[in-house]
Write a protein that binds this ligand. Sequence first.
Ligand code: UDX
Length: 460
Amino acid sequence: MFHEIKITVVGTGYVGLVSGACFSELGYDVICVDKDEEKINKLKSVEIPIYEAGLKDLVHSNFVIHKRLKFTTDLQAAVASCNVIFIAVNTPTRLEDGRVDLTYVENAAKEIAGLLNEYKLIVMKSTVSVGTGRHLKSIIKKINPNARFDMVSNPEFLREGSAVADFMSPDRIVIGTETPAAKSIMDGIYQIFSDRNVPILHTDLESSELIKYAANCFLATKIAFVNEIANFCEKTGADIEKVAEGMGLDKRIGANYLLPGPGFGGSCFPKDTLGLVSAARDAGVPLDIVEAVVASNDKRKEQMVDKVIQACGKTVLQRKITVLGLAFKSNTDDIRDSSALTIVKGLQENGAELCVYDPKAMPNAKAVLFNVKWASNVIEALQGSEIVVIVTEWEEFKNLDFPSFGISTVVDFRNLYDPEDMLAMGVHYISVGRKTPNTQNSIKEVSRIKDNSLLIETQI
Ligand code: UDX
């Protein structure tokens, strides 16, 4: 099938570039198209504009060595030399009403319409509201009534930071088609996965489009749920780690996406929950649960600011606070809707002096955070502060010797440390969904348990 399928990917963002590089790794000839000439020129120098594990190697191998992967700004040439066009341009949130902004996918469809002089398969890889595929079909037919094409929905389920791995080892592949021809070509494209027994779910356009939204909104719901249960744990002395573990052992629930944190962020969950909520409202069937998830998550980010203030004795005025982590999660440089931004700005509004550090996201953060000290590494970040707030679960934020930097208080929104250990170090430690053990008893108890022979009564 390889020689029959030639792919063009329109858009070289997180989804388009990963998809194009991975399709070329699978053996297909792929052309990645973008309007941004600077970005295309950087890609031609194997300069990858996003931080994704393994992506640079894939691009180098397929662009430089195997020459299966090409980059261009010339959409016309790309469309002329392929038979499958993946649209992977961004679909941001319309800030005024939360709806999905389809401007970029509509523009792509309009440009492609004029280039369809033989049968092509047009595949929506971007996350688009339900009904968009049918909507784009009518746009194309209006512009080019003689166009011979089929529209396909093929949503991606890539997590930032593990997008290449997620593409190469998907849980399932969802394909929405309307004709046997479209189905056959898509089966050919993903043959390598069906040969590996990856479930290929065939359905219609609308169901395929909705699967993406429903999956993301359900995952967001799990996170918002566990975060609210964590709040309840803090009031009742229950331990969220054990509660989540006990829940997750139920196969009907599953252990994943039950990690409590500062609230979900990123370019998808916030956008997709808002997008589905607004589309459902437009359809006259409000999604009360997803609306509650959006509200709960927004509230949580503000609550985290207050949690730090409470941990610092009800005021952070003129206190020196270090925030570790600016990305919305570890292993990415993406700060979109990151809880860290809400927390930094909230602490600044309450008079704190902020020092911030993130291993990868600093360049992006510098465009949106001001009047903060930018540390160049984690050691520098800890120096001179009395309070540390951990917001992103980067590996290098684990096993830090806080007392040696004079840090007296640590607020850990990712539960990277053991409360007992932290108290044994004499650090005032606040985490998520776990009790702060009683200082006196636990330090003596920990000393006694840890090493009888060198028992040193720790007097507070
Ligand atoms: C998500 C979906 O997982 C992916 O399938 C879809 O294609 C795109 O959106 P992504 O946003 O990249 O991927 O990251 P993900 O790892 O899902 O995390 C999203 C947010 O939820 C992050 O802020 C993360 O910190 C948070 N999270 C995740 C939790 O707070 N707890 C968890 O247990 C898991």
